[in-house]
Design a protein around this ligand. Structure first.
Ligand code: GDP
Ligand code: MG
Length: 371
């Protein structure tokens, strides 16, 4: 008997899913198939990662207050855009030259320093390791924002391909993690409590899917109205939720009278730009900065005055621990406690710890052990 490969198994399940009519009677079966599929795809992903040498990706040193990864097919204008955003003078070659490395630059805007990372173009099958897809997508996975760069003449097919490849490596765009807490228990089966009625899936299906993950006893608390895919995302556990913006480049090549025809059906929040002429680049800088939701933290030395001149720029929902990490790698281990004034404080000078979530314009004092 021939052992079927992961690819074969994936194909078989995908075909069965296509054949199966979705209704009340098949709902649980479909749920279990989707769970099986998710696990096979994870195995597949792990294999491509180990094949490409551990999947460490490019060694992009993080710098700046936040990072933005440029994702797009080859020759859509990513390198040209990097130069525009970062005011670099280096001229991009006017021939089809593929960037082989991850090239970072810094965009300074409204007091923030944002790292923009130019990456090799991704192609179909990138998530399975084609091109340098795995490495590119791993940089995307660890960035704070993904800037999807499309070519105005091919935006539809490009967008579809990119969404698919990002999805395959567990990246979820512009959404927050489903509010589902699973606590394994010793006995009692799977108990599900919901705050709202489930309309996209059912308790029974969730139980079936959890069995697929060998979970027999658990307390499950669900706050929203998740789909079964979102439940599987939680069970898989390696999903990342990243912000994204879409730009459509080379608008200068399209005469105004056919622009609207060519961009018919484009996502509403997509921005038309020209990396070549600089059209809408200022607007894009604003959009990137806004989308990142940066906050300002004023550090105050113990017994001293807050530094209102040079706030520390952090991403929204950053914790005191994140601030420590940003200032110096030894700070987290030397941390004793902190005091905070401002919106996140219950009272002025509240004592907080590493997991305390900060708000815009908080004043913070860190108390550390001597080095
Ligand atoms: N007309 C026009 N050409 C552009 C624009 N952006 C990039 N290009 C050209 O498209 C080609 C590929 O650009 P490049 O930045 O290297 O693309 P990358 O492979 O995505 O990095 C180059 O010849 C650029 O000069 C644009 O907005 N308008
Ligand atoms: Mg390039």
């Amino acid at each position: 008997m021939q052992v079927s490969t992961i690819e074969d198994q994936i194909r078989e399940i995908e075909e069965e899913l296509k054949r199966t009519k979705y209704n009340k009677a098949t709902e649980h079966h479909v749920g279990r198939l989707k769970a099986k599929l998710a696990r096979l795809k994870r195995d597949q992903l792990e294999r491509t990662m180990s094949r490409s040498g551990g999947g460490t990706g490019f060694d992009v040193k993080k710098s700046g207050d936040a990072s933005v990864a440029l994702i797009g097919l080859p020759s859509v204008g990513k390198s040209t855009l990097l130069n525009q955003l970062t005011n670099r003078s280096t001229k991009t070659a006017h021939y089809a030259f593929t960037t082989l490395d991850a090239i970072p630059g810094i965009m300074e805007h409204k007091g923030a320093r944002i790292q923009i990372i130019d990456l090799p173009g991704i192609i179909s099958g990138a998530s399975k390791g084609k091109g340098r897809g795995r490495e590119v997508l791993s940089v995307a996975r660890s960035s704070d924002l993904i800037l999807i760069v499309l070519d105005i003449f091919d935006w539809k097919s490009h967008l579809e391909l990119i969404m698919q490849e990002l999805f395959h490596v567990g990246i979820r765009l512009n959404s927050s993690p489903p509010d589902i807490v699973i606590k394994k228990t010793e006995r009692g089966g799977i108990a599900i409590s919901t705050l709202k009625p489930l309309t996209k899936t059912s308790e029974k299906t969730i139980q079936e899917v959890m069995r697929e993950y060998k979970i027999i006893n658990a307390d499950v608390t669900i706050r929203g109205d998740p789909s079964i895919e979102e439940v599987i995302d939680v069970l898989e556990g390696n999903r990342v939720y990243i912000k994204a913006l879409i730009v459509v480049n080379k608008m200068d090549l399209v005469p105004a009278n056919i622009l609207s025809e060519l961009t018919d059906g484009i996502p509403e929040d997509a921005l038309l730009i020209s990396a070549e002429t600089g059209k809408n680049i200022d607007l894009l800088r604003d959009m990137i900065t806004e989308k990142l939701e940066l906050i300002r933290i004023y550090l105050k030395p113990q017994g001293g005055e807050p530094d209102y001149e040079e706030p520390l720029i952090m991403i929204k929902n950053s914790t005191v621990g994140d601030v420590c990490d940003k200032i110096h790698k030894s700070f987290r281990s030397r941390f004793r406690y902190a005091r905070v004034w401002g919106k996140s404080a219950k009272h002025p000078g509240q004592v907080v710890h590493l997991d305390h979530v900060l708000e815009d314009e908080d004043v913070l004092t860190l108390i550390l052990r001597k080095a």
